[in-house]
Design a protein around this ligand. Structure first.
Ligand SMILES: Cc1cc2nc3c(=O)[nH]c(=O)nc-3n(C[C@H](O)[C@H](O)[C@H](O)COP(=O)(O)OP(=O)(O)OC[C@H]3O[C@@H](n4cnc5c(N)ncnc54)[C@H](O)[C@@H]3O)c2cc1C
Length: 155
């Protein structure tokens, strides 16, 4: 029995042509890790925040990590976030930060600790979860928009 745990590479399901994109979740994300971003005091220090932009076209995740790093990413429909925009991922990210007032003071004295990365069309599932001699687990089977920490739970 082969267990495919290759994450979003989804080796077996892609080879067998089983992957289906979810047409209602055609989202994209632009994200990075910041150093020096605001961390709330006490028990809230590690709390994940979800912050909508004005107009609610997109939303940010704000996830405090160890070593003074905070994962910050913006999620929105591919058509809104990527198509028709000519800027770099960093510029797109900055445009959305400008639309998200509660995020701005949190990043005021922070600096990106890695390049800005883009993911698109990342919600998918395989039509089949197992076959003769193989089974899919975690992201190798399917992946949802990562809001509410569904990814690690399913993995
Ligand atoms: C931007 C973003 C934000 C997210 N935020 C959250 C969050 O806040 N909370 C949450 O719960 N989840 C979140 N997730 C989802 C979560 O990261 C995944 O759902 C989870 O890691 C899936 O676990 P997995 O073991 O299936 O795959 P992975 O963790 O991706 O592991 C797959 C492993 O297989 C390896 N691999 C791939 N191909 C091969 C091969 N051919 N041979 C050998 N090894 C191979 C890869 O290198 C990797 O180590 C997020 C995901 C993204 C993209």
């Amino acid at each position: 029995m082969i267990v495919d745990a290759t994450g979003q590479r989804a080796l077996i399901a892609r080879r067998l042509g089983l992957i289906e994109l979810d047409p209602k979740l055609k989202n994209a994300a632009v994200f990075t890790h910041y150093e020096g971003a605001v961390r709330d005091p006490g028990i809230d220090e590690g709390a994940t925040l979800v912050l909508h932009t004005a107009g609610q076209e997109a939303w940010f995740w704000y996830i405090p990590l160890p070593d003074d790093r905070v994962s910050v990413g913006v999620v929105g429909p591919v058509d809104y976030l990527l198509n028709g925009r000519s800027g770099s991922p960093e510029q797109i990210f900055a445009e959305e930060v400008a639309r998200c007032a509660p995020l701005q003071p949190r990043l005021e004295n922070a600096r990106p600790g890695m390049d800005f990365r883009v993911l698109r069309d990342f919600s998918y599932r395989s039509r089949q979860i197992a076959g003769d001699g193989w089974v899919l687990v975690g992201d190798a089977f399917g992946f949802l928009d990562p809001i509410y920490s569904s990814g690690v739970l399913l993995g």
